[in-house]
Design a protein around this ligand. Structure first.
Ligand SMILES: C[S@@+](CC[C@H](N)C(=O)[O-])C[C@H]1O[C@@H](n2cnc3c(N)ncnc32)[C@H](O)[C@@H]1O
Length: 226
């Protein structure tokens, strides 16, 4: 994509009512579409104007899972989180065009998650096709450092989900969860080999589609963090 198009998307992102953007990496704060700073921690249900449970999609890219699940579950709220604004623009625009009231996006580094969500505010986290960070285990979104971060915002009754094409990330995550003695509720290293065990796995992300075209198998783990 040309720089001009990227800049146009960035400018438009500032005006999308379903997007909140972190403006400072030293002092994380969210800015809304009016350009106002808005403290979102503990305020997401107020934003959605309901009391419905909240699901996050981390490393959401274009927010394919956010939008897919939001279509399946009208009685839940979905928030896509990523740092890349030009990808998020695609999902945020489509959610607005389709009038998806239960969808929002937060542009921030995942490392700042606990600045934007209160303890127990989140009921589910999907991590969809994150970079496997080969050779950099500490940067993997399922490494103990990140799992500790997710614990800070998760409700007692929660689920964690990882969907990946990477055998290394899949094995690493299982090893990490086993080392931490965390309950693994489901694991499958080739979910499309037979009929899906969970219908929500049918949604394909942008990266997933590329991996499927390259004949990669798709893996999935569901677990709890406490
Ligand atoms: C391989 S892409 C996957 C995107 C999308 N889930 C999909 O499957 O199409 C990984 C995404 O993770 C995001 N990402 C990686 N590390 C991140 C971090 N620390 N904070 C926020 N986003 C991050 C990148 O910006 C990128 O959009």
């Amino acid at each position: 994509m040309s720089n001009k198009n990227k800049l146009a998307r960035f400018a438009e992102m500032d005006n999308l009512p379903n997007v909140f953007q972190n403006v400072s990496f030293e002092k994380p704060e969210a800015r809304n579409y009016k350009g106002e700073l808005q403290a979102m921690s503990g305020q997401w249900q107020a934003h959605f104007n309901n009391q419905n449970l909240i699901t996050l999609e981390l490393a959401c890219g274009k927010g394919d899972y956010t939008r897919g699940l939001a279509g399946d579950f009208a009685q839940r709220n979905f928030i896509g989180v990523d740092i890349k604004g030009n990808r998020m623009w695609v999902g945020a625009k489509e959610a607005l065009d389709k009038n998806m009231q239960n969808v929002a996006f937060l542009r921030t580094q995942i490392e700042h998650l606990d600045h934007f969500f209160a303890p127990k505010e989140v009921s589910e986290i999907w991590i969809t096709f994150p970079d496997p960070q080969l050779g950099k285990p500490k940067k993997r979104l399922t490494s103990p450092r990140y799992l500790d971060l997710y614990k800070k915002v998760l409700a007692d009754d929660h689920f964690m989900h990882l969907k990946t094409d990477s055998p290394e990330l899949y094995e690493y995550t299982l090893e990490t969860l086993n080392e931490l003695k965390l309950p693994i509720l489901y694991q499958n290293d080739d979910i499309y080999a037979r009929e899906l065990d969970f219908p929500e796995l049918r949604h394909h992300t942008f990266y997933e589609q590329m991996h499927l075209e390259n004949k990669k198998t798709i893996k999935y783990i569901r677990w709890k963090l406490f």
